[in-house]
Write a protein that binds this ligand. Sequence first.
Ligand SMILES: *Cc1c(COP(=O)(O)O)cnc(C)c1O
Length: 373
Amino acid sequence: MTENRFLQFTAPGIAGLKPYVPGKPVSELERELGITDAVKLASNENPLGPGEKARAVVKGLVGELARYPDGGGYELRGALAKYHGLDPGCITLGNGSNDVLDLIARTFLAPGYEAVFSQHAFAVYPICTQAVGAASKVAPAHDGSRGPCFGHDLPAMLRLVGERTRVVFVANPNNPTGTWLSRDDLQGFIAALPAHVILVIDEAYFDYVEEADYPDASQWLSRYPNLIVTRTFSKAYGLAALRIGYGLSHPGVAELLNRVRQPFNVNALALAAARAALSDQAHIERSVAVNRDGMAQLIEGFSALGLEYIPSAGNFLCVDVGGPAAGVDAALQREGCIVRPIANYGMPNHLRVTVGLAEENQRLLNALSGSLG
Ligand SMILES: *Cc1c(COP(=O)(O)O)cnc(C)c1O
């Protein structure tokens, strides 16, 4: 498109926005290739889908669709409060946890304020910061000499925190890198932050993580009133299509986020399915086991192909294809495999691959082997 004539009339920040690039939908690639069996390992979705309890609840709600949802999310917040051992007043529901990240930006950021996050961090942090006209301060990631390559460098992030900083975003583990921060490092970081800074710890992949030094930041809420922990039902719980996530925080922070929140931001199917999914921890256990096996399968396959990868605590893995990944990505698509190129994250030689079912992982490995020549 030529220069957009409406740019001059936008709110501060909008002209500098770069839209989020989602994974290609399966239906789109199938249309392009005229095939019906494309494999999508591009958006960190649970390959098992939702559990039986959530499926049953959604099916049963069709008759209720004419009614507005419970705008306060009373039952789900109650269930989450019990699950986390917190007061319901600590919980903010979002239309996906991205909605909560956006609420945080709209509540605490504005022109003249700054958000701090890491290079290669989740793409929604710069988008929601820019959208409200605030400035992004991006700390260089580890280069491998003092911490896991591509991971958040917390001392470097701390050096960017100043008078104008209102929000710090930390993804643990991070997407797309899969890198994670240890209990001691992260706790030291929170303790060093000034009181005027809200620390967001984004735990979208919490349920998948099995590393012994990985902290559950929700345990720290009573000690640090400036902490917000975000979780989602999109990943391990298998409900990405319904858009439901939440924030855990001091009730005073939650009260502010809830002022900004749209009255019916979470739909009725999502409210009910999330509650059913939360009560179905057996499905999470199955999902984690599938992920553990699939991760081992992918690591073995990448190693056999002589490819380096970044060790990941999530349900995805970044593989270094040894040169610009765009050509390999195109070749994979011709074989019906959708993964995520991450040049837009400053990682042009890597592809992010979601851990799938055994047969999906094998299809990807076969296609990758072929595409490398
Ligand atoms: C997927 C993801 C989210 C959340 O997505 P929603 O579907 O909006 O809940 C949040 N943070 C990170 C780091 C993610 O990868």
